[in-house]
Design a protein around this ligand. Structure first.
Ligand code: NFS
Ligand code: SF4
Length: 656
């Protein structure tokens, strides 16, 4: 029977679960050690087919109601809700959850900023005053002849509206290209304030409220935009102001960044403040000495997932791997402490850490995990938490009993391409601008720009879809910009190094070699997808590529997504005008009105649209076709064929 639960398949080879060699090595070791991690669990857990299609509703207890995705209009819920209503409500709630995650994080950054400006917190300070002024100016705050404190306080007050405002438009809508904003206004989807939009989304999707899929989708767009141009953007900008705007830096990535003879501390999560304080703690001479006294050569601080990406972009801190490697890395036995804050922290980590005697420490009151040690991080006294983590790590090092096996793989690449830096890199310091980028797109050297972002997911072979997709895109002269776990996948594949320019098509290669940049530009964490929005707005403003974001020859993808946050991000890109393709699975039944709305209708309204395919080559084809369609509409199309990466070239690329 199909429904029968499959027996654990012990034979599944690690190389079929991941293309990350280090993770594969640790998967094999975990198997030998009798330790179970996510890819093993995924092999033993069949996804619920009705949930996967979003054809079930549990919004009230007349149900839960399950509809048949094979015959979507054959049945309705007990209340009469149709498949379109049910799917739109589920989708809207995913957007609300993802938006809540990014905006709660962003609001936390803003709280920190306020306390720093008021002088109540002294462990952090405003590091990038230039960025402070430019962000303030971008939303109409007077900066001439005013003190940093005055500007900062005004900026705080203004940005607080992103969250709390009940009516009007959020501040960063001032950065949206005029025509895009006009389209939003026409459809009534300009966000008022994130709290209000999330609240209304939850209300409207409750039993017996909004039961028109088109109307629900409008609120989903409004909510998602409160993330992209709201919570996420505030988070990026405030983090830059407090901790510095990234500029390119060569960084080591992969599990080989762990050092057998040093105290290894991993920070995994999403908030840069914990990590910044960790950096201060590990550099404290007292702890450096304590580590030496314990027999270590030093303290080795490394990152994972998104806060790791922020730290690598700002400070060149090594990065040990993406989401699907977080449990696997503990299997090395070399991790002396793993501290986490919020988001994408798998509960399974606690058990794996236990198996390898690694202290696993939660730090945020929002995220406690059974079995983990909780050492609360308080911004008013940050070092008391981070010092304690260091002490725990040194003590574990001293008493190491576990055999250690560190995969000896390290990849070096260049990361930290903020929007500001791209401006400078292409335009030069005296004429910083997007003119060269736009020119190279118009003359066809660069065919278009693709944002490839998002998670890894144990339902698909780790990193494989990201890497195959990006290889084919750059081969076809599409410049790739990246964030999140995707960026780490490409870093491990060597594509974030300038030398990877040889893998690009002739036009993109020429541009990369002239500027000295890699064909794949890493922009940071998932909240830094807002940098991509700002870059897109700058391209429109620069001129020659249409009047709205929807006119640009650009496309986006999250090839291995797993998180609700990814759905929120996908939808704010779509609502901003970008064709966005997701892989793995798509939580919506085909051949329904709601599906048609997301995949076609929104584009007809002047927004972007969704796409789906689990296959990287098909994904590249869809994105390139879209880019070509936009080039044609702009009248800058030259006849050019899509180059398929065939087996022979692929072998060549692998050798390169
Ligand atoms: Ni983004 Fe970062 Fe990674 Fe996905 Fe999770 S770490 S916020 S959600 S899994 S990219
Ligand atoms: Fe079923 Fe309607 Fe209740 Fe949903 S809201 S569970 S479709 S009765």
């Amino acid at each position: 029977m199909e429904e029968e639960i499959k027996k654990p398949n012990k034979e599944i080879a690690a190389k079929d679960l991941t293309t990350c060699e280090a993770t594969a090595q640790m998967l094999d070791k975990a198997r030998r050690d009798g330790v179970e991690i996510a890819p093993h669990r995924a092999a033993n857990m069949k996804p619920c087919p009705i949930g996967a299609d979003s054809a079930c509703c549990k919004h009230c207890f007349m149900g839960p109601c399950r509809l048949n995705s094979k015959d979507p209009y054959g049945k309705v819920g007990i209340c009469g809700a149709t498949i379109d209503t049910i799917m739109a409500r589920n989708f809207g709630r995913m957007v609300a959850a993802g938006t809540a995650a990014h905006t709660d994080h962003g609001m936390g950054m803003l709280d920190l900023f306020r306390e720093v400006v008021k002088g109540n917190i002294r462990d952090y300070k405003i590091k990038d005053t230039e960025k402070l002024q430019s962000v303030a100016k971008s939303i109409g705050i007077e900066v001439e002849g005013r003190t940093i404190e005055e500007i900062a306080m005004d900026l705080y007050k203004e940005l607080e509206r992103t969250y709390t405002q009940v009516d009007g438009e959020i501040p960063f809508t001032k950065r949206v290209p005029e025509k895009t904003l006009e389209t939003w206004r026409k459809h009534g989807i300009v966000p008022r304030g994130a709290m209000r939009e999330i609240m209304e989304m939850m209300h409207r999707t409750a039993m017996g409220v909004d039961q028109h899929y088109e109307n629900i989708t409008k609120q989903a767009s409004r909510t998602a935009l409160a993330d992209g141009w709201g919570g996420s953007m505030v988070s990026t900008e405030i983090s830059d102001i407090l901790f510095g705007t990234p500029s390119p830096v060569a960084v080591e990535v992969n599990m080989g960044v762990l050092k057998e003879n040093e105290v290894n501390i991993i920070i995994h999560g999403h908030e840069p403040n914990l990590f910044e304080s960790m950096l201060a703690s590990v550099n404290d001479p007292m702890f450096v000495q304590a580590a030496k006294d314990a027999g270590a050569a030093g303290i080795n601080l490394v990152g994972m997932c998104c806060s790791g990406l922020e730290m690598m972009s700002r400070h060149g801190i090594p990065h040990a791997g993406n989401f699907s490697s977080t449990e696997a890395i503990l299997v090395t036995g070399a991790v002396d402490a793993m501290a986490v804050d919020i988001q994408c922290i798998q509960q399974g980590l606690s058990k794996v850490a236990d198996c390898y005697d690694t202290p696993f420490i939660t730090t945020n009151p929002r995220c406690k995990i059974e079995g983990a040690l909780h050492v609360e991080f308080n911004e008013h006294d940050p070092k008391s938490c981070t010092d304690e983590i260091v002490i725990k790590a040194i003590s574990r090092f001293k008493n190491r009993t576990m055999p250690i096996e560190i995969p000896k793989i390290v990849n070096t690449g260049v990361h930290g391409f903020s929007h500001e830096y791209i401006n400078y890199m292409l335009g030069g310091s005296f004429r910083a601008s997007y003119t060269p980028l736009n020119d190279n797109i118009i003359n066809g050297r660069i065919r278009g720009v693709a944002g490839v972002v998002g998670c890894t997911n144990p339902r698909v072979k780790q990193d494989y879809v990201h890497v195959e997709l990006v290889r084919e895109l750059i081969r076809n002269d599409v410049l790739v910009i990246q964030t999140g776990c995707s960026q780490i996948a490409l870093a491990k594949a060597g594509l974030t190094a300038p030398e990877a320019a040889v893998l690009a098509g002739p036009g993109l290669r020429e541009v990369c070699e002239t500027v000295g940049m890699p064909p794949v530009l890493g922009m940071g964490a998932c909240v830094d997808n807002s940098r991509i929005l700002i870059a897109a707005a700058a391209m429109v403003r620069e001129g020659g590529l249409g009047e709205s974001i929807a006119d640009l020859p650009v496309a986006g993808a999250a090839p291995e997504f797993m998180s609700e946050k990814a759905i929120a991000i996908g939808h704010y890109f779509v609502a901003s005008g970008v064709f966005t393709v997701f892989g793995v699975t798509f939580p919506i039944v085909k051949e329904t009105k709601f599906h048609k709305l997301l995949f076609e209708g929104l584009e007809q309204q002047g927004l972007g649209k969704w796409g789906f395919t689990p296959d990287p080559h098909e994904m590249a084809k869809m994105m390139i076709a879209h880019i070509d369609k936009k080039r044609k509409a702009l009248g800058i199309d030259k006849a050019r064929d899509r180059i398929l990466v065939d087996m022979a070239t692929r072998r060549e690329l692998d050798a390169a």
